[in-house]
Design a protein around this ligand. Structure first.
Ligand code: PA5
Length: 355
C-alpha cells in the first residue's frame, strides 16, 4: 500500500488537520455566503464605478476568482492589486476591498490605508489585525472571519463574501441558488477524492503520484486560468514543490518554444492541462496543437476535463478543489506536513523587525 492510501500515516503527517479544512470547503462557502447576506452595507456603496481587491497569497486567490468571473458577467471593472499602495485611478467612486486572513499583511494594509486617504468606499474581510482600526477610522464594514486555519485552507471564507457582497451591490450576478448548486457539486467531488477513496479510483491521488518528484506546469484558459494559479500556489505552499502556472492563449507565444533546455527537461516536468466546456473554440484547437508538441518532445502531460456543469463558477470551484486535494496528497507523498510555511513566516518576521 502506498502512503496515499495509508490513512494512519496521512493523519500522522498532517499535524494541524488541514484535511478537515479541505473537507469543510463546501460548508465554508455556505457559512460565508450567509455572513455576506447579513453584513450591513452603506447604501451609497450601490454607486460604484470600479472595484479594487487587495490581497496577497492565500488571501488573494478569492479576488482572482471574482476578477475571472467578472470578465463574463460584470460591467464594472474589477481588478486585484497584489502590491503596496493603490493604482492611481482609485477615487471616491471606487470600492476597495481588503482581504487578509490575519489583517496584518503589510502590502494589503498599505493599500487599505491609502483607500481611506483617497476617500474611496472601503470594506475588509479579515480576522481583524491592523485592518480593524482602519475600518473603525473610516467606518468601513468589516466581515470578520473566525475559522482558525491557514489562510489558504480557509478559501471559502475569503472568497464567498466577495461574491456575495458584489452580488448585493449589483456588480456580479450570482444567486444563492448558484452557490447551493456549487456546494452540492463540491460535496460530490469531495466524496470521490477524499483519502478513504483508494488511489486506483482517486484522480487527485493519481495526479499527485504523477507530479511526484517533478516540476508541475499547470495550464488553464478562460475561467480556469485562476484555477491554474491556485494549483500553483497550493503546490508551492502545501507540497513545498516547484510548480509553474501557464495560460492559454498566451503560452502559444512563448512557453512552447522553451521546452528544449535544460537537457532532459522531459524527465523533470509534468504538464497538467485544465479543460472546460467553456474554453474558447480557438483555445480548444490550441490545446490539441500543444498536446502534439508535448508528444513530439516526449513530455508527459494530462488533460483534465472538468466535470461538465452549468456555470463557469462551478467549474472554477471544482478545478480549485481538485487542485487543493492534489497539493495535499503531494505534500503527503513528499513525506511532509502540509501546514508549516517556514520561509514565509521567516520573511514576515524579518520585515516586521524593520518597521
Ligand atoms: O497561505 C498563506 O499563508 C500566505 O500566502 C498568506 O495568505 C499571505 O502571506 C497573506 O497573509 P494573510 O492571508 O494573513 O493576509
Amino acid at each position: 500500500m502506498g502512503i496515499l492510501d495509508n490513512l494512519g500515516q496521512i493523519k500522522k503527517l498532517d499535524s494541524a488537520n488541514m484535511l478537515q479544512n479541505l473537507m469543510d470547503f463546501p460548508d465554508q462557502i455556505e457559512a460565508a455566503w450567509q455572513s455576506a447576506e447579513k453584513l450591513a452595507l452603506p447604501t451609497h456603496y450601490l454607486k460604484i464605478k470600479n472595484v479594487v481587491i487587495l490581497g496577497m497569497g492565500g488571501s488573494a486567490i478569492g479576488g482572482d476568482l471574482c476578477v475571472g468571473l467578472s470578465l463574463y458577467n460584470s460591467k464594472v471593472p474589477i481588478i486585484i492589486h497584489r502590491d503596496y499602495d493603490l493604482p492611481a485611478f482609485v477615487d471616491h467612486d471606487s470600492l476597495v476591498i481588503a482581504v487578509s486572513y490575519s489583517g496584518n499583511t503589510e502590502e494589503t494594509v498599505s493599500g487599505f490605508q491609502a483607500a481611506g486617504e483617497k476617500g474611496a468606499k472601503m470594506l475588509a474581510i479579515s480576522s481583524g489585525g491592523d485592518l480593524a482600526p482602519i475600518c473603525r477610522k473610516y467606518r468601513a464594514p468589516l466581515l470578520e472571519i473566525n475559522y482558525g486555519a491557514q489562510p489558504r485552507a480557509a478559501l471559502g471564507y475569503l472568497l464567498t463574501p466577495i461574491l456575495g457582497i458584489l452580488s448585493r451591490l449589483g456588480i456580479l450576478a450570482i444567486s444563492r441558488g448558484e452557490i447551493e448548486t456549487a456546494i452540492q457539486l463540491l460535496k460530490g467531488l469531495d466524496s470521490k477524492i477524499r483519502p478513504e477513496v483508494p488511489t486506483a479510483k482517486n484522480i487527485a491521488k493519481q495526479l499527485a503520484n504523477k507530479l511526484y518528484d517533478r516540476i508541475a506546469i499547470i495550464i488553464g484558459s478562460g475561467a480556469l486560468k485562476v484555477a491554474a494559479r491556485r494549483w500553483k500556489t497550493q503546490i508551492n505552499e502545501n507540497a513545498k514543490s516547484a510548480v509553474w502556472a501557464e495560460e492559454l492563449p498566451e503560452l502559444c507565444h512563448n512557453f512552447i518554444v522553451g521546452l528544449d533546455f535544460p537537457k532532459r527537461l522531459k524527465d523533470k516536468i509534468f504538464v497538467v492541462v485544465l479543460q472546460s466546456k467553456y474554453d474558447h473554440p480557438r483555445n480548444k484547437i490550441r490545446q490539441s496543437v500543444v498536446f502534439q508538441i508535448l508528444q513530439q518532445k516526449s513530455i508527459p502531460y494530462e488533460p483534465i476535463l472538468m466535470h461538465p456543469s452549468d456555470s463557469a463558477l462551478d467549474e472554477m470551484l471544482s478545478a480549485i478543489y481538485l487542485g487543493d486535494y492534489v497539493s495535499y496528497y503531494l505534500a503527503i507523498a513528499n513525506g511532509l506536513d502540509p501546514t508549516p510555511i517556514k520561509s514565509i513566516e521567516l520573511l514576515k518576521e524579518r520585515l516586521a523587525g524593520t518597521k
